[in-house]
Each structure stands twice: as structure tokens, then as C-alpha cells.
Design a protein around this ligand. Structure first.
Ligand code: F0G
Length: 425
């Protein structure tokens, strides 16, 4: 096995190109493993290990990641102008984000290599995830985060899991650049998504999703875009499934960014020009506040090959879409809501037809950024750059009411609420 110098993909010529899997046998085996008690079988990543570059005796570092739900979301569908919409909720992973599906593989590889120090730059979720898996593997874990730009929930996770958190003056791109430079000169093991083992793990979500849909992939798969590892991983996963005969077509993979952090969307819009980083990325969706995405070439391949789209949505669109996902009883963090905002736009622009099958990938749990939700519902959410909109309207705001501690006051408040509820539904 080796890493391709052009694209960074892991290649295993013997296994990948000469190996002809028995499709029906593997589909049955993968389902059967869900009944097993063994950690290797129950993990939604290692369940698909025939497509991972490890030997069966290798020790794995797992927290029971993957096997996440695929929800029907009728309210969000209606909001987008679709007949139906499904949400693949990667926030239902052990540390509350999609990062766990890649981290289990990257930390397993670090263990195999005998690494003692693992590290990453992060807007918060990679940090929380690496911290947890490093703790399981008893490794020292160092995390570089942009000072004052990571939600408390994500920092709290990293601290509880015992990671050493280094706050850097500067944004995520600065953190990424310095840790990459350091990784070239030292023996630390870098697990950002430029690490091909992260992508190997994350690609299994394509397998899991295809299985959940009985091997009929959707017409469109819509993913938020930050550093662009996740869209690259979906591209790789569906490409492998197609080339080995598990599926008959790939979904169109579309990537949605926030207006203030959209170098990929701008690149795709002006196809003939070079990729230009965003020097001062800004968005309240802090997870994707990234101006120099390291995996844009691989993500571009996934979008181009599948005929997908790349667009950017405003802070207002993200906030309203997030509230709507909440109304389906699902919820997510702000970055994940770019998907529903983007789908609404693509339906409005007649790019997605109302009866097509669409899956939005929700990348992070609703509790990852409670400050954002409280402010939205209190109508105090303000976009970071007044130029991009300033105050955000709480279109679907659901504010807290103060009521006197007396049964009659509460009864009157409930009657009022019931009247409104009946009027709205
Ligand atoms: N959604 C969430 C919740 C994220 O945390 C991230 C990235 C993305 C979407 C974008 O995914 O980078 O693969 O395009 N978070 C990284 C981090 C950068 O450090 O946690 P991507």
C-alpha cells in the first residue's frame, strides 16, 4: 500500500485493482455483522473493513462510531420545495460529529505506526474527536485552535478527553499552516483530513448510506464544505462502490459553503481562474470558517465526476435552515444547516427537481453550538461582518416566555400557546 503523490489517495494495487469482491456475499456479511457483539463488527466503519487498508489482526481504536440514522424530514422538505428529503445525521457519532468515522481509522494507523504524539489543527470538531480517540489509545494529543473562534462545547470535550489545547492567535488557516510545517520536521502524527486514513474511514459513510437505501443511491447528496475532506471522502466512497458493482450510479455530490468562507464556490463559479484562498474568512458557522481548504482538488474531482454543484449561502439562510431542521425534531450545528439552505436554493433555481431523491448530510450535533441557537431564538444573532448582513432575523424564532409562578398564569399562557399552535398547523 502507498500514498499517491498526485492526489494523496491511498492505493493498494493488489487489493483495489485486481480484487473482485462478491457483491451479494459482502452485502449479506456487512448486515450480519450488526448482530455481532465484537467491536470490530459493530462499528459502522470497521463493518466495511474489506475496503479499508488494514490486516484482520491489526488492533483497532474504536468508540462504536458510524451506523448513524437516516431521517425523513417532512418540514425541511416542504421548506426546500421538495416532495421528500432525508437527513443523514453524522452528528449521532460518539463525539457528536462526522469526524469520528475518519478518526477511528487515523488513530488506528497511528497506533500501528507506534506514534506517541498525535496532533491536528481544528475549528473544534476534529479536536474533540481526536482527543477522544487518542485518549482511548493512550496517546498524547495536541490540538491547535484559533483563539476565541471555537464553541465552548467543542473545547469542553477536548479538555475532558485530556487533549493539550494550544490556542493560536490567528484563524484556522494559520493553525493548519503551522502544524503542517511542524509535521514535516518532527515525529508528530498529523490527523487532519489531508491524512489519507481519515478519508478511508469517512468514505465508509457512503457504504452505510447506500446500504440504508437498499443500494439505490439518491439523485443528490448535499454536503457542507470547509476544509473539503468530507466531500472528497464521499466521492471516493461512491466511486469505489460503483467500480465494484455495488451501485449502478453515483449521486450528484453538491457542496455548500457559507458566503463569507466560500473560496471553493468562487473557484467553481469562475472555472477558468486559479483557486484563490479567502484571506479573511468569516461566518457564524465556525466549523467551516476556513479560507484555504487543503482538500479542494479531491473535492472538485468528486463534484465534477458526479455532476454536482458548489454554491454559497448567506448567514440568514443558514440560520433559518437550522431552525427548520430543528422543527423536524432532528437539529444540527450551524455548519450542517448549509445543506438545507443550499438545497432550498438549488430547488428554487430549478437545479434540483421537486421529486428527485435528495439526502443532506448533517455533520454535527445540535448541542455543539447552543449559544448560536439561543441567540437565534432570542433574536440577538448578529453576522460577524456587517457587510454580509448584520443582524439576523429570527424568522422561526421560538423565544422563552417569563410567566408568574402561579397556576392561573401558566394556564392562561398555555391556552394562548394552544390557540397559536392550532392557527399555525
Ligand atoms: N461540518 C462540521 C460540523 C465541521 O466540523 C466541519 C469541519 C465541516 C462541516 C466541514 O467539513 O472540512 O471536511 O469540508 N470541521 C473541521 C474541524 C475543519 O476542525 O473540526 P470538511
Amino acid at each position: 500500500m502507498y500514498v499517491c503523490s498526485q492526489c494523496g489517495d491511498l492505493l493498494d494495487v493488489e487489493r483495489r485493482e485486481l480484487w473482485v469482491p462478491d457483491v451479494e456475499e459482502l452485502r449479506a456479511l456487512w448486515l450480519e455483522r450488526l448482530q455481532s457483539r465484537a467491536a470490530r463488527d459493530r462499528s459502522g466503519v470497521w463493518r466495511f473493513r474489506e475496503f479499508l487498508p488494514f490486516e484482520s489482526e491489526d488492533a483497532i481504536v474504536s468508540l462504536g462510531e458510524g451506523n448513524t440514522p437516516l431521517y425523513d424530514a417532512p418540514r425541511s422538505a416542504d421548506y426546500c420545495g421538495l416532495s421528500s428529503l432525508q437527513l443523514k445525521h453524522q452528528g449521532n457519532n460518539p463525539t457528536g460529529s462526522f469526524k469520528d468515522t475518519g478518526m477511528t481509522v487515523a488513530v488506528t494507523q497511528a497506533l500501528k505506526l507506534g506514534m506517541r504524539l498525535v496532533a491536528c489543527a481544528s475549528t473544534g470538531n476534529t479536536a474533540a474527536s481526536l482527543a477522544a480517540y487518542a485518549a482511548r489509545a493512550r496517546m498524547l494529543c495536541a490540538i491547535l485552535v484559533p483563539e476565541g473562534q471555537v464553541s465552548d462545547a467543542k473545547l469542553a470535550q477536548a479538555l475532558d478527553y485530556g487533549a493539550k489545547v494550544l490556542e493560536i492567535e490567528g484563524n484556522f488557516d494559520v493553525c493548519m499552516r503551522v502544524i503542517q510545517e511542524l509535521a514535516e520536521q518532527s515525529s508528530l502524527y498529523l490527523v487532519n483530513s489531508i491524512n489519507p486514513f481519515r478519508i478511508e474511514g469517512q468514505k465508509t459513510v457512503a457504504f452505510e448510506l447506500a446500504e440504508q437505501l437498499e443500494w439505490n443511491v439518491p439523485d443528490h447528496l448535499v454536503v457542507p464544505g470547509g476544509n473539503l475532506g468530507n466531500s472528497s471522502a464521499f466521492g471516493k466512497g461512491f466511486r469505489e462502490l460503483l467500480s465494484h458493482g455495488f451501485i449502478r450510479k453515483q449521486p450528484r455530490i453538491s457542496v455548500i459553503q457559507a458566503d463569507g468562507a466560500a473560496p471553493f464556490a468562487r473557484f467553481v463559479e469562475n472555472r477558468d481562474s486559479d483557486f484563490v484562498n479567502e484571506k479573511q474568512p468569516h461566518t457564524l458557522a465556525t466549523a467551516i470558517k476556513i479560507g484555504a481548504p487543503v482538500s479542494w482538488k479531491k473535492a472538485w474531482r468528486a463534484v465534477r465526476e458526479t455532476g454536482g454543484h458548489v454554491i454559497a449561502v448567506s448567514e440568514q439562510e443558514i440560520a433559518d435552515a437550522k431552525a427548520m431542521i430543528g422543527r423536524d425534531g432532528v437539529g444540527c450545528e450551524p455548519a450542517s444547516a448549509t445543506t438545507v439552505a443550499g438545497i432550498r436554493r438549488l430547488v428554487g433555481d430549478d437545479v434540483i427537481d421537486k421529486d428527485e431523491a435528495v439526502v443532506a448530510v448533517l455533520t454535527g450535533h445540535v448541542l455543539k453550538d447552543t449559544d448560536y441557537a439561543i441567540k437565534y431564538h432570542n433574536q440577538t444573532l448578529v453576522a460577524p461582518d456587517a457587510g454580509s448582513g448584520g443582524a439576523i432575523r429570527g424568522t422561526f424564532a421560538n423565544s422563552i416566555r417569563r410567566v408568574a409562578a402561579a397556576p392561573c398564569a401558566i394556564d392562561s399562557a398555555l391556552r394562548d400557546l394552544q390557540l397559536r399552535f392550532n392557527r399555525e398547523s
